[in-house]
Design a protein around this ligand. Structure first.
Ligand code: ATP
Ligand code: MG
Length: 389
């Protein structure tokens, strides 16, 4: 495995004056993600972040894998270190790039000199190292326009760094640079994907789950905690608020017309989430809703659900098909957990004929049978918090 990782920041470079704080956040997020794999030094120069092990036992393979999940990283290059003299640069390039160069037909060398005191200029390094590699690998030809392999040489203060791969990172912007969002996290396929998407756009996440014990089991709760943990591999630590929802669901079932059960339940979820969001400093709610997917996700249902709050609700999946959402879930690694067959509170007391075009006045009238505010207050007070990472 490589001596170090060189990471290129994606959109960070576009952010003008914010760039430094973005880069700092990214380095912090990396530090958090790398913790499990040993001690690493992380520093940045010229829009590249360098990750080097600080101890011999550090797991570079693990560090490489986890770096792929950190938002704000556009590309990852496993790199090798050479002493700052031309001989050692040639030695390392020949040895460490051999696997790629042996199997290629065309290549070029690209050199960058941050240390202007280095005696050779960049074009000279390219020409001479190119010549050495042509000598050693008879299969190669130079192609400066469209080479199969580019051998990069980066001359810095301490060492020269050499690499030829640029693997795709997670993209997006560092979690936490866009503020905080509260994710309504069920045990389903959609909401973990929605959380992942918004973390990729820079939100730090907290999550809320509505839990109807004993109708929903301990195992269902464990499943939600595991989903939060899987998302936290990308987003960083997630604080999960578990709201006891049984009393509310029973009150709705016993007092409201059957066809409104789901929509009224959603309104409770939204109101409680708004209060928790305000308490924890989140300025938006995030749900996994997708337009038209089920009765409670028709346009009218969403309008009636949203109307209990002034808070912005982000629905990043609203324009996606289920198949696409499932592809994302597989890609980010939440799918297998999401499809475990434990019940969610939404699957309790499901109306046989839900109203797909709920009228606001009727819903509000139905809710008059309930102590809406009192039920909300009690649920918020009984909410438990778990830090997941
Ligand atoms: P998911 O796959 O995310 O469960 P879904 O297609 O099953 O979504 P619904 O069950 O109608 O759809 O839920 C829509 C959204 O409401 C979810 O994506 C989630 O954001 C939120 N939600 C549903 N149930 C819960 C719950 N028990 N706790 C927290 N949020 C929930
Ligand atoms: Mg669901």
């Amino acid at each position: 495995m490589a001596d170090l990782l060189m990471l290129k920041c994606g959109e960070l470079v576009l952010k003008g004056n914010n760039r430094k704080s973005f880069e700092d956040k990214l380095k912090n997020n990396l530090k958090w993600a790398l913790k499990k794999y040993g001690r690493f030094e992380i520093w940045s120069a010229q829009s590249t972040i360098y990750v080097t092990p600080k101890e011999s036992g550090a797991d570079m393979e693990g560090a490489f894998e986890v770096s792929k999940k950190v938002f704000g990283v556009a590309t990852i290059s496993p790199a090798y270190r050479a002493e700052k003299n031309f001989e050692d640069i040639c030695r390392v390039a020949k040895e460490k790039m051999a696997a790629r160069l042996e199997n290629a037909e065309t290549f070029k060398v690209e050199a960058k000199r941050a240390d202007k005191k280095f005696p050779m200029k960049s074009p000279e390094i390219c020409a001479l190292l190119g010549g050495v590699l042509l000598e050693s690998f008879k299969n190669l030809k130079v192609d400066v326009i469209n080479p199969q392999v580019t051998v990069n040489v980066d001359i810095r203060e301490e060492y020269a760094y050499i690499y030829c791969e640029k693997l795709q990172g997670a993209g997006g912007v560092p979690s936490g640079t866009s503020g905080k969002g509260l994710l309504l996290l069920s045990g389903g396929i959609d909401s973990p994907v929605a959380g992942w998407m918004m973390a990729r756009r820079g939100l730090k996440l907290e999550a809320v789950n509505f839990f109807s014990y004993p109708y929903t089991s301990e195992r269902a709760k464990e499943k939600v905690i595991e989903l939060a943990r899987l998302v936290s591999e990308y987003s960083g630590r997630i604080r999960l608020h578990i709201v006891p929802f049984t009393d509310i669901q029973l009150a709705i079932r016993d007092n409201c017309p059957e066809e409104y059960l789901t929509i009224i339940m959603r309104r409770f979820m939204t109101k409680i989430s708004e209060i928790i969001a305000k308490q924890c400093g989140a300025s938006v709610l995030i749900t996994g809703e997708s337009l038209g997917q089920v009765a409670s996700q028709t346009l009218q249902s969403m309008v009636v659900t949203s109307s209990v709050t002034d808070m912005l609700i982000l629905r990043p999946l609203s324009g996606m098909d289920k198949i696409e959402i499932m592809d994302y879930a597989r890609k980010i690694g939440t799918y297998e957990t999401s499809v475990l067959p434990y019940e969610d509170c939404c699957t309790l007391f499901v109306p046989k004929h839900p109203d797909t075009k709920p009228r606001m006045e009727r819903i509000e009238l139905a809710e008059k049978k309930l102590d809406f505010d009192g039920l909300v207050k009690a649920a918020v007070e009984e909410t438990k918090v778990i830090d997941v990472s």
